[in-house]
Design a protein around this ligand. Structure first.
Ligand SMILES: CC(C)(COP(=O)(O)OP(=O)(O)OC[C@H]1O[C@@H](n2cnc3c(N)ncnc32)[C@H](O)[C@@H]1OP(=O)(O)O)[C@@H](O)C(=O)NCCC(=O)NCCS
Length: 421
């Protein structure tokens, strides 16, 4: 089978779309309706790859897009929310793998984003890290999974007053108003690298299908409030565990949002639940204050580091001009981009004193030569270009040009981890 025989378009059959996904991800037989299972994924953002004579009950490949925003560097330490295509639900039927189905779907996706006015960036979480670099995605943020023992002392003398003025209270996850409430709070306290979905995406976050739960506690919400307003929340669940007749349950947190004092107050509650032994906090940014409050990595029970968000600059000049920059620079980059050829070639990036970039085509000789993945990795201020140069992943034709570009792209604080989508 060749690439030419694969046609990608909006999936007109939701059952077939789901059946493909369930074959790829070997899910349990679902009890919920098709639309419940597809909650949050708009019908016009479900795509399928088809081939002539394919099995009518499944598609050869599927993918979906959550309409999202990504918090990119703004002026000073602020963030700026830019439209972002949240690539998700990617799967190729086992009978069709390694025949170019994913490649055809990625071409379709990049062309769709390229044609959508105002949308210049795509982002994803990768099931396997080796897949998406070939399509121009760069690893832009990392995630820590931090385990804290019950009763861990968290010290932050200059936050005590504010943390003391913060109350924490359990919310009802199934409350119909919950998705909008979570979204509003997430948006208000977004950090660099945060992705925000539409309200239906938060409805999905609140949704728990019976087969996903089985013997688990339903997910819980813990809000932090100050002066009558939400200033943060945590999403978590507890799992019973007894060791030698002693309670040693695990409290698993998959979202911790809010200003630093709210997060401190929430964490103090979370490490103090009865019958728990360990609190495991996922989606923690590498510069999250949690490790400082706890006293460093060895004061925790464990810290694991994983890749978080992969970012793809689909329209390179527009994407680069959408963010603020940290320093002046005037650098010509020669960009390789096999999957989005409209980005290939030389671009002059000039940044003025206000942190505004102008990115234009140029025929001037290149100072720096790189793949579009390097710029995706550096887009949120992480992915150090100087290190990539030393590692032989970026080439420099004018001495100092890589550092000049990097000083303009880096940020005061590294991007946080993005929620799973
Ligand atoms: C990952 C997956 C989507 C790839 O689909 P596919 O149609 O087989 O991919 P293609 O045939 O278009 O392969 C494109 C290239 O990617 C490579 N590739 C594909 N999957 C890969 C993987 N898991 N690891 C490393 N390379 C991979 C192929 O070798 C091929 O390389 P080439 O261009 O040098 O020949 C498919 O294997 C799958 O559905 N896996 C399970 C679900 C999953 O992981 N989805 C991704 C969610 S983020």
């Amino acid at each position: 089978m060749t690439d030419k025989q694969i046609h990608v378009s909006v999936a007109d059959d939701a059952h077939r779309f789901l059946a493909t996904d369930q074959t790829v991800w070997f899910s349990e037989l679902p009890s919920a309706s098709t639309e419940e299972q597809l909650l949050g994924l708009p019908a016009d953002q479900r795509f399928a790859a088809d081939t002539e004579g394919s099995d009518p009950s499944t598609y050869p490949g599927v993918y979906g897009v959550y309409p999202m925003t990504l918090a990119v560097p703004g002026t000073g330490s602020s963030v700026h929310h830019v439209p972002c295509a949240g690539l998700t639900w990617v799967g190729v039927h086992p009978d069709h793998r390694r025949r170019g189905v994913l490649t055809a779907m990625m071409r379709h996706h990049l062309e769709q984003v390229h044609e959508t006015p105002g949308q210049h960036v795509s982002a994803l979480h990768a099931s396997e890290p080796a897949i998406y670099g070939r399509y121009g995605y760069g690893l832009a943020s990392l995630e820590l999974e931090v385990s804290l023992g019950r009763g861990t002392t968290l010290t932050a003398p200059h936050l005590e007053e504010l943390a003391g003025a913060t109350t924490t209270r359990m919310g009802v996850r199934t409350d119909p108003a919950m998705p909008a409430r979570l979204r509003e709070c997430h948006q208000s306290f977004a950090e660099l690298g945060t992705v925000i979905g539409e309200v239906d995406y938060y409805a999905r976050v609140c949704q728990e299908l019976p087969e996903e739960l089985r013997d688990k506690e339903p997910g819980r919400v813990l809000f932090a409030e100050r002066g009558g307003a939400d200033v943060g929340f945590a999403l978590f669940r507890r799992t019973h565990k007894w060791e030698r007749s002693r309670p040693s349950g695990e409290l698993s947190v998959w979202a911790l949002v809010g200003d630093p004092a709210a997060r401190l107050a929430l964490l103090r509650r979370l490490v103090d639940f009865d019958l728990m032994g360990t609190v495991k906090i996922r989606a923690t940014g590498v510069e999250d204050p949690m490790l400082l409050w706890a006293g460093g990595p060895r004061s925790t029970s464990d810290v694991g580091t994983y890749d978080s968000l992969w970012v793809r600059l689909v329209d390179l000049p527009e994407a680069l001009m959408q963010r603020s920059w940290s320093a002046r620079c005037d650098v010509v980059v020669d960009v390789a981009d096999r999957a989005a050829p409209w980005n290939e070639g030389s671009w002059r990036i000039s940044v003025d004193d206000s942190g505004t970039a102008t990115v234009e085509r140029t025929s001037n000789p290149a100072d720096v030569q790189l793949d579009v993945t390097a710029l995706g990795a550096a887009y949120l201020g992480g992915g150090n270009l100087v290190t990539m140069h030393s590692a032989g992943l970026v080439a420099e034709h004018r001495p100092g040009a890589v550092a000049e570009l990097w000083r303009a792209m880096r940020t005061d604080v590294v991007a946080t981890a993005a929620w799973m989508f």
